[in-house]
Design a protein around this ligand. Structure first.
Ligand SMILES: NC(=O)c1ccc[n+]([C@@H]2O[C@H](COP(=O)([O-])OP(=O)(O)OC[C@H]3O[C@@H](n4cnc5c(N)ncnc54)[C@H](OP(=O)(O)O)[C@@H]3O)[C@@H](O)[C@H]2O)c1
Length: 285
């Protein structure tokens, strides 16, 4: 597997997403904090050098666990966070995208991760849209935080192709984080634009997410039958398909389980044959 870089720091193609570590609904502490810490430590032990998080996972739960499990951080570890949202007292998700809120979000990440600089921070916009003055002002704030040295690179998340292209005109974009998986390819044009602009695309929900009622990627018949034929797990085939789908994809599968973590990282060694690729390519609705 070829490595890609995030803000000039090389990362392996399979990293780790920390969204599954807090309690249900990404809110409050995990049921079993020791396992959550063990998952993070095992991930790094197995070579993960890219961890995706957010201060608003918990809030502060994912970041605190990362800090407890891994600080002082390995020199090659790239921690990517995001700003643009916050939680209410019941765990609801609220936008927090004003310039002051973006700065406060970066500062909150610096505090909870005990860092002087977060390697990359994604500007998480509410929904893909046409680029407008508000989006440009948000990018300007993020670029300012990078110039101050508080963040190493600016990523963008949940964007349209037009927002990506406008962002790339205005500043250096470290990565794009949009939903993308076997059954949800709504961001195909964003991925194609990333390939053209040579920007890493980091799909969220690579296995269909942990939210109840979300697309059950792992139950898809094409995935299940391919996994059975190849003697692999469906999650591994979902990840191997993404790795084969574009060399510009970096994966951050999320799990709270040691067994799933090990399965997911082993997906990097799973070769999909031509039949598997054709079957899976045709699986999108
Ligand atoms: N930018 C954004 O707005 C945004 C939004 C969402 C997520 N993200 C990032 O993207 C990362 C990935 O997305 P995600 O965690 O939401 O969803 P995901 O990786 O698509 O799926 C996570 C779900 O799959 C399960 N799972 C993981 N490995 C498995 C395996 N080998 N076999 C069976 N089930 C497995 C997990 O349960 P277990 O815990 O039981 O393994 C969990 O329910 C997140 O962790 C987060 O860092 C970013």
């Amino acid at each position: 597997m070829t490595d890609l870089s995030l803000a000039s720091r090389p990362v392996r193609r399979i990293g780790f997403g920390a969204m599954q570590l807090p309690g249900p609904g990404v809110f409050g502490p995990p049921k079993d904090p020791e396992t959550a810490l063990a998952v993070l430590r095992r991930a790094v032990e197995l070579g993960v050098n890219h961890i995706d998080t957010a201060q608003y996972y918990g809030p502060d739960v994912s970041n605190d666990l990362i800090h407890r499990a891994l600080h002082p951080y390995p020199a090659d570890l790239v921690i990517v966070s995001k700003v643009g949202a916050r939680r209410d007292e019941a765990g609801g998700w609220l936008p927090a995208g004003s310039p002051a809120e973006l700065r406060a979000g970066v500062e909150a990440n610096l505090r909870s991760l005990a860092l002087d600089r977060v390697d990359v921070v994604n500007l998480r916009v509410h929904a893909p849209a046409e680029p407008d003055a508000r989006f440009e002002a948000q990018l300007d704030t993020m670029a300012g935080l990078r110039e101050e040295g508080l963040i190493g690179g600016v990523g963008i998340s949940n964007v349209s192709e037009a927002q990506l292209r406008r962002a790339a005109e205005l500043t250096e974009v470290a990565c794009v984080q949009n939903p993308y998986n076997l059954v949800d390819r709504a961001s195909a044009r964003v991925l194609a634009a990333c390939e053209e602009l040579r920007i890493a695309f980091v799909p969220f929900f690579p296995m269909g997410s942990g939210f109840p009622g979300a697309n059950r990627v792992l139950d898809h018949p094409a995935l299940v039958s391919t996994a059975a034929r190849l003697g692999a797990e469906p999650g591994q085939v979902a990840l191997a398909w993404l790795l084969a789908h574009s060399p510009w994809l970096l994966l951050i599968p999320g799990t709270s389980s040691l067994a799933h973590l090990e399965e997911n990282l082993a997906a990097g060694d799973l070769a999909l044959d031509a039949v598997a690729l054709a079957t899976l390519d045709a699986a999108a609705p």
